[in-house]
Every structure is written in C-alpha cells, then in structure tokens.
Design a binder for this molecule. Structure first.
Ligand code: BGC
Ligand code: BGC
Length: 625
C-alpha cells in the first residue's frame, strides 16, 4: 500500500471515529457545558410523556424501580413517617433511594430523580438522627448563624440517608398560636423569620456572589431546600390549618412575604405552595401570586412544588373533578406536583389537557426547565447514586453537641423567684434531695413533638435515641444529690419528702398540622394537676414543653421559676446545662405570651397589646461558661 493510500485510509478511520463519537455524544451529559445549554439540549430530546413525568412526585410507598422507569417519574418523597422499615439504618435508606434512582437511570434519557423528605428539625423521620429544636425554639435563640450551622448538619444527615432534597425551611409567620403548625414558624415577627432564612445557605451552601437569586446547591454534602408554604400559611383566621388568610397587599408583603425575598436571593431551589387560601382564592390555583409575583416579580428560577395532595383540595367537593384541579394548578404555575399516590390519574389528566390545548406546551416547558435546572445545578446528573460513606453523620456526636447548644440558647426564662433579689435559678448541683415530676420529664417523644419518626410524633421513650430531661438532670447534679422521679406524685408524697426543690416538666403532647389546632391552648391533664400538687408544697421550677405559648397565667403565682423550653428535640442535656448554671439563660420570646385566649390574635405592634409576657421578653442569668 502506498503512503498516500495509507494516509487516506487513516483519515477515513479518524473521521469515522469522530462521527461515531458524535452520534454518541449527548451535550446534556457533558458537565463542562453551561447549564443553560445542557437544559436546552436535553429538552430538545424529550417527549411529552418524559416531560410530564418530570413534573410528578410520588410517595415511596407507590414507588419502585419499574414505576420510575415506566412513567419517567421526576421525584419521590417520604411523607411524614414514611420509612423503608422500622428503625431503618442509613444503609437501608440509601439502598431504597438508589433502587428508585436506578429505575430513573434505566430510562431512555437517564434523567435522575430527586428524593424529598421533611427534614424540618434534623433528618427527623430517621431513627437515631439528631433532632434539633423545632423552629419556634430556634426563633428564641435570635441566632441566625447557629441556625445556619443546623442547616449544614441537617444536610449531612439527610445525605447520609441518600436523600438530596428537604421540604424545609418553613418560613411561615405564625400570627395566631391556635394554629397547629405554630411551632414550625420561627416567630410572629417577620424580621426574625427573614433572618432565619440563613438556614438556606446552611442546607444548600453559600451562593456565589455573581449568581444571587439563581437556585444553588453546592454538591454532594448539601441538599436542595424548599421555602414553604407560599404564602400566608401563618395568617389564617383563628389559626385554622389550611384556612383563609384575609389580608391587604401591604400586610401580605410586609408580614408573610418577608422570608421569600431573602430565600430567593439566597438561591433557594424550590418553593412549596400553601394549602391555605389568600382572600378566598386557593393558593394552589393562584396564578397571580405564583406566576405573577413569585416567578415574574421576584424572578424565582427554581421550581414550585405543590403540597401533598394540595391540588386535589382545589376541588374538594367536586368529586371526580381532578382534571379541573390539574388544569388550574398547572396553569397557575406549579411545576412539580406532590401527587403523591394516584400518579396515573395525574399523568393521564395532564396529558389530556396538553394534547387538547388547555395547558399550553410553553407551561410544560417552563416547569421542566426549572426542574432540570435544579437537578443540573446540584450535580445530580454527575452523582445520581449515593453510597454509605456519609452514614456516620447520622446522629453524630458533633451534631448532638450542636443540638444541645441550640437547646441551651432556645430556653426562655419567664419567671425567676418572686423578685430579682431572690432568684431560684440557677439551681445548686449539690443538695440533699430534689424531685423531678411531670409527663414530659422522662419522655423523648414529647420533647421532640410532631414531625419526628412519624408524622404526628410518638410520645414515650422507644421511638428514638436521645437524652431525656430527667437523665440530663441526673447527669448534671452532684453524685451525692438524690434525684427522685415521680411522673404524677400525690400530695402526701410531695409533702413528706423534704425536697429542697422540684423540677416539674409538663406540656403539650405531640401533634402535627391540623391535629394541633386548638382553640383553648391549655396544657392537657394531668399536667396542671401535677403542677398544682407539687408547686403548692415545694419550691418549684416549671419547664414547659410546648410548641407555642399556652394558658399559664392561672398557675403563675404558685410557680417559683418558669422556663419555656419549646420542643427541644433529642438533646435534653441542654436544658440541664442551663437549669444548673453551667450556661446562662439568654433566649428571648419569639412570640407574644397571651394572658387569655380571647385576646388572640395578638402580635407585637398591635394597637391593643396587653400580654402576660411581651414579645422579646426573657430574663437572663450568668453561666460559668
Ligand atoms: C405538609 C408539608 C409537607 C408535606 C410532605 C404536607 O401535608 O403541609 O409541610 O412538606 O406534607 O410531607
Ligand atoms: C403524610 C404527611 C402529609 C399528610 C398530608 C400524611 O399521611 O404522612 O406527610 O403531610 O398526610 O395530609
């Protein structure tokens, strides 16, 4: 063969290879290409079926490798308490999530799914996770940097279980404590809620200065966040869950919108729509607020997700009119729908609506573009599968220390002796005998509240691992101090035992969402009886474990010292740290403490403001640290 011929063959071979390589080359899979181009390339290849699949979020119970693959499902969630098995380990979680993910990767285009969960105070559905105080307690700390660190720790514990997306933070501004979700709100004051959006850079990572406002998630140790519930969830009449928020435009923007501006600037990846209505219009159908305000005015570029069966509630009484719900929610601007069970009904309905031009293709493209942007930004295409390498973060010593610090800083001291000259707290570590009493003294489940292990929370000590307030007290006092514990002691016992003082821990039992709505806000029995029986005879410190202010005025004269501990989570040691003076009290009320429920709603700044303890109140003590 002549030299030239060999050269020519060479060229043909090289070109052939390039051609073959080109046919295989998929720009969207190339991480060196700009995200805008990757999205465009991928969308150009997608069928309507594949696009609609991206818009669907299903519950893990109805999910499988096959379902993910067959329906091109874009996302899976764990509802409250939806776990792969009881006391599942990090590895069990990773295996489950990976199994679904492999179904997604086995599709024609291999678009990874994103898995979401309510990690609202730590990775709280997961056994042995660190449980941080609920948001109301974090509001009392007035410490956004602490909250940011909690976000970072939560991200690690969520990733430890293979999950990449959290339905947090809740940036509701709860304006009425009768609302069962008041503990999910940092404060009645929009400025505190706004400040606490610092949890977003904790969860997602710090947004680069040149991309303010663009969704941002910094890789494998961070998670996509979700500002919820847009908008006005904390403003419903009488605090009735999912009800109507009647408010003028100025009030809406200055109170309920406050946290959203900051969340968008900080690059929050997603926003969840509220079940509630705004001036009579269901938020899930509110085009002006979702497409108009959030997407156009605020220029939010992440994706908007519905709440759990949220679109169904647009037509709750119109049985069989799910298609109407799909039409109005998608046209309002919702991008991903937390269906989460009857996904074929949703897919068929939306497909019909698009094919018959009720929902424009441009709307579908907007939704899919936003979903893909988040997936690309966070590196899901490059790292779709989790491994076990982060398992040790779950409930780690370091995270529990952080939670303990948060508990210390969240405690609000409301009363400390009859006057400032005779403080009851801090208590001496060394005395003869102290009494610990109350339904919440030795109860890790009550400390955690709702959204822990299960949706409604699980009272008792079997649900997960942590330190109860009783064991924290035992760990803290001098070995010679006798600690007697009786949950509900009778008067004779209290009288006959010469206790130097008593610590009474009572409060609300666990609840979530509408199950926590309450018009009377009383502590359930036997709490008041225990308090009355003990405080009548022994110098007593009452520690309240509640998601909100409760009726306490009638008991106040009998109580020597009163501490609001909110829902502190698994690290009860933080309570004893402060009661016994290792650290000082520093927390400030994130809410107004009412005298009687008929004053409600009553918030700081209201013209008729006559609280028992005003917003911002909190006595301080010195600690040795
Ligand atoms: C709640 C949301 C939550 C979702 C998923 C809904 O009922 O309102 O806050 O993220 O369920 O569990
Ligand atoms: C789920 C929750 C969800 C709720 C909505 C429950 O069954 O576990 O996650 O928020 O339903 O009503």
């Amino acid at each position: 063969m002549g030299k030239e011929l060999r050269f020519l063959i060479g060229i043909v071979v090289v070109c052939g290879c390039v051609l073959v390589a080109n046919a295989d080359y998929m720009l969207y899979k190339d991480p060196s290409k700009p995200i805008g181009r990757r999205i465009k390339d991928l969308m150009g290849r997608m069928s309507l079926e594949e696009k609609i699949g991206q818009m669907v979020q299903i519950e893990r119970q109805v999910s499988s490798f096959e379902v993910m693959k067959k329906y091109y499902i874009g996302s899976v969630l764990s509802g409250g308490g939806s776990v792969p098995k009881e006391n599942a380990s990090a590895q069990d979680w990773v295996d489950m999530v990976n199994d679904f993910q492999k179904g997604s990767l086995a599709t024609r285009l291999g678009i990874p799914m994103i898995y979401g969960i309510d990690a609202v105070h730590g990775q709280n559905n997961v056994y042995k996770a660190t449980i941080f105080p609920h948001n109301v307690g974090l509001g009392a700390t007035r410490d956004p940097q602490l909250v940011r660190r909690i976000g970072a720790a939560t991200a690690l514990e969520v990733r430890a279980t293979g999950i990449q997306y959290v339905f947090a933070p809740c940036i509701a501004v709860c304006r009425d404590p009768r609302w069962g979700r008041c503990y999910e709100s940092y404060s009645e004051d929009p400025e505190i809620v706004r400040a606490m959006t610092e949890i977003i850079p904790g969860l997602q990572g710090e947004i680069p200065p040149n991309s303010l406002g663009v969704p941002f998630v910094a890789g494998k140790e961070k998670v996509a966040a979700c500002a919820k519930h847009y908008v006005g969830d904390g403003g419903t009449i009488k605090g009735i869950n999912e009800n109507n928020t009647l408010i003028d435009w100025h009030g809406l923007l200055s109170i309920h919108m406050a946290g959203y501006y900051n969340s968008v600037i900080k690059g929050v990846a997603t926003v969840m729509v509220s079940y509630s209505s705004l001036n009579g219009v269901k938020m899930h159908a509110h085009q002006q607020m979702i497409t108009g305000f959030l997407k156009k005015t605020l220029r939010f570029r992440g994706f908007v997700i519905s709440d759990y069966m949220g679109i169904d509630k647009i037509t709750p009484t119109m049985h069989g009119n799910y298609t109407y719900s799909i039409l109005h929610s998608i046209n309002a601007g919702i991008d991903m729908v937390m269906v989460p069970n009857n996904y074929t009904e949703f897919i068929d309905g939306l497909t019909f609506l698009v094919k018959n031009n009720f929902v424009p293709m441009s709307r579908i493209d907007d939704a899919v573009k936003r979903i893909l942007r988040v997936k690309f930004v966070m590196g899901l295409f490059e790292n779709p599968l989790a491994d076990y390498s982060m398992a040790n973060y779950l409930g780690s010593k370091e995270h529990r220390e952080l939670a303990r610090e948060a508990v210390r800083k969240s405690l609000v001291l409301l009363k400390n002796g009859a006057n400032a000259d005779e403080p009851v707290l801090p208590l001496p570590k060394k005395t003869s005998r102290i009494l610990v009493a109350g339904t919440h003294a030795d109860n890790i489940g009550n400390q955690n509240g709702g959204w822990t292990i299960t949706w409604q929370g699980v009272p008792g000590n079997n649900c997960t691992v942590g330190t109860t307030i009783l064991s924290a007290i035992r760990n803290t006092v001098d070995p010679k101090t006798e600690v007697a514990f009786k949950e509900n002691p009778d008067v004779e016992y209290v009288k006959s035992n010469e206790f130097s003082h008593a610590i009474v821990v009572v409060g609300e039992t666990t609840y979530a969402e509408g199950y926590g709505d309450s018009l009377n806000l009383t502590i359930p029995e036997p709490g008041p009886t225990i308090l009355t029986n003990v405080c009548a005879y022994v110098k007593c410190v009452v520690v309240l474990i509640t998601g909100r202010p409760v009726v306490i005025q009638p008991y106040l004269p009998q109580i020597d010292a009163l501490v609001a501990a909110w829902l502190p989570g698994t690290e009860g040691q933080g309570v004893a740290d402060v009661l016994f003076g290792d650290f000082g009290f520093s927390g400030k009320l994130p809410r107004t403490w009412f005298k009687t429920v008929d004053q409600l709603p009553m918030n700081v700044g209201d013209p008729h403001y006559d609280p028992l303890f005003p917003f911002g109140f909190g006595l301080e003590t010195e600690g040795i640290n």
